[in-house]
Design a binder for this molecule. Structure first.
Ligand SMILES: CC(C)(COP(=O)(O)OP(=O)(O)OC[C@H]1O[C@@H](n2cnc3c(N)ncnc32)[C@H](O)[C@@H]1OP(=O)(O)O)[C@@H](O)C(=O)NCCC(=O)NCCS
Length: 338
């Protein structure tokens, strides 16, 4: 077996790498759609904020294992995000995962980074311990955060949504909503950048070691450009504080245009000073209505919430979201540079 990096611009090599990511996911969550090839390929080409290195384990000409390193470029310069670590189901328990991880650590250290962070999808959480959990523990990772996955089946229960909206309206005087799709309106983009920065400091982080992120309008536009390059669309709602004219909260749901049946709840945030007005629920209800108009074929929206994020979990439960496993976040400090 040999390990080699995969160029995301080499379609054939990338397709081989992707086939293992997909086979592994189908083994663990059969029949469920995961990231599409084009989403992972476009992201893998990198952006101003992050560069990626994809590694393939190849045996007898076939890809049998995959891993992706993500290197943040603007902040969190100690960090490497390990994602898509996957071994073809028929080749597991033969040391391929261990070999890939050793290569990931070598590349991370060579890039001057000393902190690894890995995500692990655990469909059976909390009842069934995932093999990846045993693997991660065996290799010196510690669980730094549990993000419970919740799914909302669409169309949402109309009565439930209408009732929730009526309840919200009692608290939201002084605020108005704006909606948009695929591109934040120019007059809101500076506020959107402020909210993105707040996302990095205000969302619960568990034991993850993350620095505050610096955002401006250009970074917002770069991120939008990446989403479009990934062939994604999204709907968004912003909460406007009418006295100041500032956007003080937002929520976004994205979906891949080639397979829009499943959408993903992206970020939601309300600035601290404006919490307690039910803006989170109000924005989410409005965005579900917008999603139903724009993409009626979307029948599932998946969201992940830190298990200690009580306010967000309460909102999602009130919408009718049901728990479905967890995404756990693991960290490992690397060797000598500690
Ligand atoms: C996790 C994963 C990458 C491991 O790959 P692998 O090639 O099977 O791993 P290895 O053979 O190198 O296993 C190393 C050790 O991990 C532990 N381990 C791995 N799979 C295990 C399982 N199914 N049950 C119990 N322990 C397991 C064992 O301690 C194993 O050592 P051993 O075989 O000497 O007992 C693979 O199961 C996979 O692709 N899972 C789906 C995606 C995933 O969970 N990725 C991990 C993200 S952190």
């Amino acid at each position: 077996m040999r390990l080699r990096t995969v160029d995301p611009n080499d379609d054939q090599a990338f397709a081989g790498w992707f086939s293992v990511v997909e086979a592994s996911y189908q083994h663990d969550r059969p029949g469920e759609r995961n990231w599409l090839l084009e989403e992972l390929q476009a992201r893998g080409r990198g952006s101003k904020a992050e560069r990626f290195v994809d590694v393939a384990a190849i045996d007898d000409g076939a890809v049998v294992g995959a891993a992706r390193l993500g290197l943040p470029l603007l902040e969190n310069l100690r960090l490497v995000g390990l994602s898509q670590l996957a071994v073809r189901p028929d080749r597991r328990r033969a040391g391929i995962g261990t070999a890939l991880l050793a290569e990931v650590e070598r590349l991370a250290t060579a890039a001057g980074r000393d902190l690894l962070e890995a995500d692990l999808d655990e469909p059976g959480w909390p009842e069934v311990p995932d093999p990846g959990r045993i693997f991660a523990g065996r290799h010196g990772f510690e669980c730094a955060q549990v993000a419970v996955r919740r799914d909302l089946t669409l169309p949402a229960d109309r009565e439930r949504i209408d009732t929730l909206e009526v309840q919200c309206r009692r608290y939201v005087s002084g605020y108005a909503l704006r909606t948009w799709r695929d591109r934040c309106p120019q007059d809101l983009v500076d506020d959107r950048a402020v909210l993105a920065a707040r996302m990095s400091t205000d969302a619960p982080m568990g034991d993850l070691e993350r620095a505050a992120e610096h955002w401006d309008a250009d970074r917002v536009r770069d991120r939008e450009g990446l989403q479009l390059a990934q062939n994604r669309s999204w709907v968004a709602v912003g909460a406007i504080h009418q006295a100041s004219g500032r956007m003080v909260g937002f929520t976004e749901v994205g979906f891949p245009l080639r397979a829009p049946e499943r959408g993903y709840q992206w970020d939601t945030l309300v600035r601290r000073e404006h919490r307690g007005h039910r803006l989170g629920a109000w924005m989410k209800v409005a965005n579900l209505r917008q999603l139903a108009d724009v993409s009626p074929v979307t029948t599932l929206v998946t969201t992940w919430n830190a298990d200690d994020n009580a306010p967000m979990i309460a909102v999602n439960k009130s919408l009718g979201c049901a728990a479905n496993g967890a995404l756990t976040h693991w960290t490992k400090r690397l060797g000598d540079q500690r």
